[in-house]
Design a protein around this ligand. Structure first.
Ligand SMILES: [Fe+2]
Length: 358
């Protein structure tokens, strides 16, 4: 019974907060959001182009499908819009035997996108009211999944991008997932650190087997509801970036739809979770406050320290309106489990993002 009472109070409180946020949203700036104009202007149509012209030549051994996705709002961006939000669109380019066979782009059939496009939503189970999937597209278990952090179940896509189905890894995913899962080439397993916009005291280490089903889902205690966009792993550890961007009631009440902001009260730390350990086994190492969206690489040195290459920002989301404060730079972090400290060194101060190793 206490759980039902608590659930009723929570539902009432969320309804009240939602109403307050909706009222305040009317005072926010209009729809010419910087993330939907100029080079960020959404595509307005779904295309199917075949036998594409090739400038130069494609290496004959390069066969496969190149996929990417991002937010591409069907309609005008609404007040309180954020770069992280908007209907997802997946783009595909099929390459075979030196030819570019086709290009297609397709909106993900969330309820809101499908309603705006006047078509049926994609089939399959939903997790809560927000079923937008807009961040990344990955291969797991020989299948193609569109993924997002903190909210919806993944969407499985057919190879030509025409078929879509919400699929929580064959019913084995019970919570949120991540926009940046990573595959371990040694085991074939895919690792993710997942957070949930409505759960502020824990995040989860989720492992998906090579066959595409969740085989591990372990909670990790945290405070304040941190935003954790990416993860990494080494031979021994999964790395948890618990940095000072956390759920913000102030941003939520002000009407912003992505309510995560810089929180100077949040302890900045890097967690080293033994790959088979639980939340009590994690080694937390303090780092000077900063934020990381994306990791380039991680490994262990001969002394058992974890080397982590990241794009680091001095701060992000410090203003109530969100957005970046200054560009990121490439840093090498040395995480020492014996001292519990993280040493940071700048490898390249140039403004950059989306790092990849050669
Ligand atoms: Fe990302």
């Amino acid at each position: 019974m206490p759980n039902r009472i608590e659930a009723a109070f929570r539902a009432a409180a969320e309804a009240g907060v939602g109403f307050w946020a909706a009222c305040n949203r009317l005072r926010l700036p209009g729809t010419a959001n910087p993330f939907v104009v100029g080079v960020h202007e959404p595509m307005g149509a779904e295309l199917a182009l075949e036998n594409l012209a090739v400038t130069g030549s494609i290496p004959p051994g390069l066969d496969g499908l190149y996929l990417k996705m991002g937010a591409n709002p069907v309609g005008a961006a609404t007040r309180g819009h954020d770069w992280f939000l908007g209907d997802g669109m997946v783009h595909g380019l099929a390459i075979e035997a030196g030819k570019a066979l086709w290009y297609r782009n397709r909106w993900i059939g969330s309820r809101t996108a499908a309603a705006a496009l006047k078509r049926p939503p994609a089939p399959g189970p939903r997790r809560g009211g927000n079923d937008t999937v807009n961040t990344n597209v990955v291969a797991i278990g020989g299948r193609i999944f569109a993924v997002v952090e903190a909210g919806s179940f993944p969407v499985e896509l057919g190879r030509t991008l025409e078929a879509q189905r919400y699929n929580p890894f064959d019913g084995t995913l019970t919570g949120s997932f991540s926009g940046h899962p990573h595959r371990d080439p040694r085991t074939g397993e895919t690792h993710a650190i997942a957070y949930d916009g409505r759960v502020w005291d824990s995040v989860r280490h989720v492992v998906v087997a090579p066959t595409g089903q969740v085989v591990r889902d372990v909670p990790i205690p945290v405070a304040h509801g941190p935003c954790i966009h990416d993860c990494a792993f080494t031979a021994r550890f999964v790395i948890v970036l618990d940095l000072p961007v956390t759920f913000s009631f102030r941003a939520l009440l002000a009407g912003y739809r992505f309510p995560f902001r810089w929180n100077p009260r949040h302890r900045a730390r890097v967690g080293l979770l033994p790959r088979q350990g639980d939340g009590a086994d994690i080694l937390w190492c303090d780092v000077d406050p900063c934020f990381v969206f994306h990791v380039a690489n991680a490994y262990e040195d001969a002394d058992g320290r974890v080397i982590l290459d990241v794009i680091a920002y001095a701060t992000v989301f410090t203003s109530i309106g969100g957005g970046l404060d200054e560009p990121g730079r490439l840093e090498r972090w040395t995480v020492d489990p014996t001292t519990g400290r993280v040493a940071r060194r700048v490898l390249d101060p140039a403004a950059q993002e989306f790092p990849r190793i050669d």
